[in-house]
Design a protein around this ligand. Structure first.
Ligand code: UTP
Length: 440
């Protein structure tokens, strides 16, 4: 059997030099890690020559039929609303990321994109859930995956906001797993006598859901469908009844993904495709230029289906995935001032090829996808604020409200979840209350 001394000689020395509380803390960190596995990962990834997608593999674009024009849409919505009423739906938000590109100190969900209401990303989701709760006449369970780096701050944000008026006992926070960053030679990075532990990727969500007892909690409550979303999409229609109803009405589908068209060939987003006949997402950086830019006879991108981090799962599949080994991906990053350290992570989309029955659900970007990734430019707080303002302005125009000027609007989900139920009368009554006007 390999010992800590043989696998991690430097770490073993640090541990030897410690006593008391410091020693106990480091021992606790060490117990969370499988150093045998980490040694194998370093060996494997040092030997691998990255070929990128498209080398030896057969890559075919995955179609994503548009749900807005589907004649079954009303039926799906009705089914989804029945599921919500029966308590068979839960929300699951991934919030364990570090949000390094945005550069916000704190959990990304607590970030405010500058709307006149001052709502945070969690606040926007919570209000939409509240609206669905009112219609369903019951609280929808909401699972929020954090990481040890942001767990306490996430709960504090909810506490400060009185859980946004939601039923506290229907919200469950749990931490995802962590993995130790390694120096280029495979030795663990140690900082202040503690292991440098980083979140194990969004693919860790299946394991964490089960290991935290949250999956059992959902099953006990009778949940059969789980809506999963990234924390940073300001337009997410959390627990969208249409999306969930479409999944429930198709017994052949186990996992469904919402898909929008790419903004343009250069958008840094993963693309849904079949790789050697199996559903997958090809990361922007793994896609060969010729595939990325390929156009059809009408001049449209061939690989056009963007992965926007919105999925619906049947609960049985989540149970299976919590035990399925997903591959580890390696990134080389500077950690604690040491260049080219190994950071391993798992990706949620690697689960797709392991299940039978994967479906896509086409949606419009302007209606449903405005991620907050960067501090400025594309996919920033400013772009998200403007997209939300434009969308809500369109909702008012579609409802027959005569608007002059170019103001943008923020409509509270207490009035409308996806544009329904608005009118000129409501506009006049609610302007300055649940409808707020702002400038781009
Ligand atoms: P991103 O890949 O955009 O990462 O996460 P990020 O951490 O938010 O931002 P950067 O890349 O550091 O700038 C997509 C979703 O996956 C979650 C994030 O919270 C986000 O909702 N995620 C990511 C996790 O829950 N855990 C992880 O380990 C990584």
């Amino acid at each position: 059997m390999n010992t800590l001394e043989s696998l991690q000689p430097e770490l073993a020395k640090v541990l030897d030099s410690l006593s008391g509380e410091a020693r106990t803390a480091l021992e606790r960190d060490i117990q969370t890690q499988d150093f045998n596995m980490l040694a194998n990962l370093v060996k494997e990834h040092s030997a691998a020559i990255p070929t990128g997608a498209g080398g030896e593999d057969e890559i075919v674009p995955m179609p994503f039929p548009h749900s807005e024009v589907d004649l079954r849409r009303e039926m799906w919505e009705e089914t989804g609303k029945i599921l919500l009423k029966k308590g068979e739906v839960a929300a699951f938000t991934l919030s364990g990321g570090q949000g390094s590109r945005l550069g916000f100190e704190g959990p990304k969900g607590a970030f405010k994109i500058g709307l006149p209401s001052g709502k945070s990303l969690f606040g926007l989701m919570a209000e939409r859930l509240k609206r669905l709760n009112a219609e369903a006449e019951r609280p929808i369970p909401w699972c929020i995956m954090t990481s040890p780096l942001n767990h306490r701050e996430t709960i504090a944000h909810f506490e400060e906001n009185h859980f946004f008026g939601l039923d506290r006992t229907s919200i469950r926070f749990f931490e995802q797993g962590t993995i130790c960053a390694l120096k280029p030679n495979g030795e663990a990075v140690v900082d202040n006598n503690r292991l440098m532990l980083v979140p194990d990727g969004n693919g860790g969500c299946f394991r964490a859901l089960a290991q935290s007892g949250t999956l059992a909690w959902l099953i006990e409550r009778g949940v059969r469908y789980v809506f999963l979303n990234n924390v940073d999409n300001a337009l997410v229609r959390i627990c969208d009844p249409v999306f969930l109803g479409a999944l429930a009405n198709n017994p052949g589908i186990q996992i469904s993904a919402k898909v929008v068209s790419k903004r343009d060939a250069s958008e840094k987003v993963g693309i849904f495709a079949f790789k050697n006949g199996k559903p997958t997402v090809i990361e922007y950086s793994d896609m060969a230029d010729d595939l990325r830019n390929m156009k059809n006879e009408s001049g449209e991108l061939v690989f056009d289906g963007a992965n926007i981090g919105i999925y619906a799962f049947r609960i049985e599949v989540l149970r299976k995935l919590s035990q399925a080994p997903l591959p580890w991906h390696a990134a080389r990053k500077t950690v604690c001032g040491i260049e080219k350290c190994w950071k391993f992570e798992q990706f949620l989309f690697d689960a797709f090829e392991t299940v039978k029955g994967f479906g896509t659900f086409g949606a419009f970007r302007e209606d449903e996808f405005s991620p907050v990734k960067n501090a400025d430019g594309n996919d920033s707080p400013k772009s998200a604020r403007e997209m939300l303002g434009k969308l809500h302005r369109h909702w008012l125009i579609d409802a027959g409200v005569k608007l002059s000027g170019d103001s943008l609007y923020e409509i509270s989900p207490t009035l409308s979840y996806a544009g329904e139920g608005l009118s000129s009368k409501i506009f006049e009554r609610e302007l300055g209350k649940n409808i707020l006007e702002f400038k781009a």
